[in-house]
Design a protein around this ligand. Structure first.
Ligand code: UDP
Ligand code: MN
Length: 272
């Protein structure tokens, strides 16, 4: 029987291919029945994709979206970071905001009934296959600093139904004169799906919660851990001291060596 469900991620360079390798290994460890699809652009050299092939991912080459030159200029890294600065953390040099919009190619995967998109900088800690039965558009809140964050969604994990019509409609809505999607696909998707269904925060636990809201942290509840802002494979990581147990965990999934029993991990207060 062929599965009509897929986990989908995106990689546009070798760094995010490393991220996707840890993600794919983590998904395999959950014994998922779904396929794992990696959308990749020409920016990724074949060697960087090899570990993903070994993990039996389905690799699908994609182009950037057909967007106007003016749109691309406004969302180029230097321009976007000036127009809408990041004040809470820093994006690694290998992060190109324009690449984020390639996520929308998921809606072209109409051979699948239901897809769960997961950012390449996340790992899955327990089986989440039940999400395929959740409605479009389901996503978790963008919580990393305070309760006010619950108003916004984070596009690092979401449930969607591929559809050529939806994809077409998205392209029309996306590229408007003068429009600036400050947080790229995330701002766009929240506007496109204003009635988004809220997933529990544990389906997309952002790493900063570890030190900003430690009382929210619970290893027994977290299904997806998402390393927003600084990445766990960065060599010059400005928050490495504060995020050490989380970085070590990512490394275990990346190498496949000594992956710990998640439910037995120490929560921040105990670890402190
Ligand atoms: N991404 C990519 N190359 C880029 C930027 C983004 O492949 O240059 C993909 C990758 O899957 C990544 C996701 O888009 O996980 C979103 O970017 P990121 O996770 O860095 O954003 P953050 O979670 O820090 O907001
Ligand atoms: Mn991310």
């Amino acid at each position: 029987m062929t599965t009509r469900h897929a986990y989908v991620t995106l990689v546009t360079n070798a760094d995010y291919a490393m991220g996707a390798t840890a993600l794919a290994r983590s998904l395999r460890l959950t014994n998922t029945a779904a396929e794992i699809v990696v959308l990749h652009t020409g920016g990724v050299e074949p060697a960087a994709l090899q570990p993903l092939e070994q993990l039996n991912c389905r690799l699908i080459p994609v182009e950037h979206l057909p967007l106007s030159e003016a749109f691309n200029q406004r969302h180029a890294r230097a321009n976007l970071h000036t127009a809408a600065p990041f004040t809470k953390g820093r994006k690694p040099a290998f992060h190109s905001p324009l690449d984020n919009f390639c996520k929308l190619r998921l809606w072209e995967l109409t051979e699948y009934d239901s897809c769960v998109f997961i950012d390449a900088d996340a790992i899955v800690l327990r089986n989440i296959d039940r999400l395929f039965a959740y409605p479009e558009f389901s996503a978790a809140p963008n919580v990393y600093e305070s309760l006010a964050d619950f108003h916004r969604m984070n596009s690092g994990v979401f449930v969607a139904r591929p559809s050529a019509d939806t994809f077409k409609e998205m392209l029309t809505r996306l590229d408007q004169p003068e429009i600036l999607w400050k947080r790229t696909d995330q701002t766009f998707l929240q506007a496109f799906f204003p009635n988004w269904h809220g997933l529990p925060v544990y389906f997309n636990m952002l790493q900063y919660v570890w030190f900003t809201m430690p009382e929210l942290w619970d290893w027994q509840s977290i299904s997806v851990l998402h390393y927003q802002y600084e990445k766990p494979w960065e060599s010059d990581h400005p928050k490495a001291d504060r995020l050490r147990p989380l970085i070590d965990l990512w490394q275990a999934f990346y190498t496949g060596d000594d992956v710990p029993d998640i439910a037995a991990m120490a929560n921040p207060k105990e670890a402190a």
